[in-house]
Design a binder for this molecule. Sequence first.
Ligand SMILES: Cc1cc2nc3c(=O)[nH]c(=O)nc-3n(C[C@H](O)[C@H](O)[C@H](O)COP(=O)(O)O)c2cc1C
Ligand code: SF4
Ligand code: SF4
Length: 303
Amino acid sequence: MSVKTGRASGVANVEIDYSKCIACGKCADICGGGLVGAIFKENGKMIVDQKRHFGCIGCGQCMAICPENCISVEGRTISKIDAIDFVEDPKASYEEFYSMISARRANRNFLEKEVEQEIIDKIIDGVKQAPMGLPPSDVEILVLKGHLKVREFVTDIINAIDHRKWIFGRTMRFFFRIFSKEFSDLCRTYLYPTALFYIRDLKAGKDGLLFNAPLVLYFHASRYADPADPFIAATYAQLTAESLGLATCFAGTSSNFLKYNRKLKKKYGIGMKDHHGIALLIGYPKYKFERRLRRSLSKVHYF
Ligand SMILES: Cc1cc2nc3c(=O)[nH]c(=O)nc-3n(C[C@H](O)[C@H](O)[C@H](O)COP(=O)(O)O)c2cc1C
Ligand code: SF4
Ligand code: SF4
């Protein structure tokens, strides 16, 4: 049985050029971890069986791993031309990568300068490399490019917050407490006061929601996707933008109000049933951080 996702149905077609195949078996081992894949080895020959498990889901990994470059996958949005030879050492060192991620800080202070289209394209190219629950990715990005677009979005969201702020107010908190003390506490100490700050700031012509970012990417995905997909994609966008010297900051609030507002979802082209991810603010940094911060986790435990 083939897997249906937002953008794909049926299986992708897999062809092996047996004149080049050395029967190393790597494609079978990589396909579904060697257990649930469409390729297997029989009598020293690689066989593609589209009835095995889910058939070919079009992940492309066999094309990426084949030492003889003799596999071609066509369908489910992928094709042979998507397998591209490495021209450089494909890995940043741990030291380089750690240096970048540990120097990153949420930065809400942006220069007025707009982010150029070629830079936006590079960030989106980075996002395309994010893993997804099932290929092809069902992640979609709403791009709010430029201060005017961002300001319109901010105004819409804060007006939505203004209409719904009673949800976090005293009466509802009493009911929430019965089911979740944590959520009730969050409403009292964070969500309700924050809603009031946003509304106050907007009236004063300020943007406490997206901090006048010149570029905002909002991540969402069809219901077929894993709910984690938009968040993972957003993380790739953040790291890609950081590698380009940009300032970034996530903003979680807008999704909580966008996801229940049909009018706004329609206006911004977001599917009515979509999983909502997060907004990523991007711009040129007004200030640069001078040092790293040591960070900790709640717990790391081994079983
Ligand atoms: C899921 C998530 C939601 C966030 N939402 C907001 C937000 O609504 N507004 C905001 O100013 N920052 C938001 N942030 C940014 C965090 O406040 C910031 O990442 C955190 O303070 C840690 O700082 P650091 O990124 O510099 O380590 C969010 C971050 C994450 C991961
Ligand atoms: S990875 Fe390539 S060479 Fe190796 S068995 Fe598969 S098709 Fe043949
Ligand atoms: S594209 Fe993925 S699922 Fe399809 S045969 Fe290759 S490894 Fe298997």
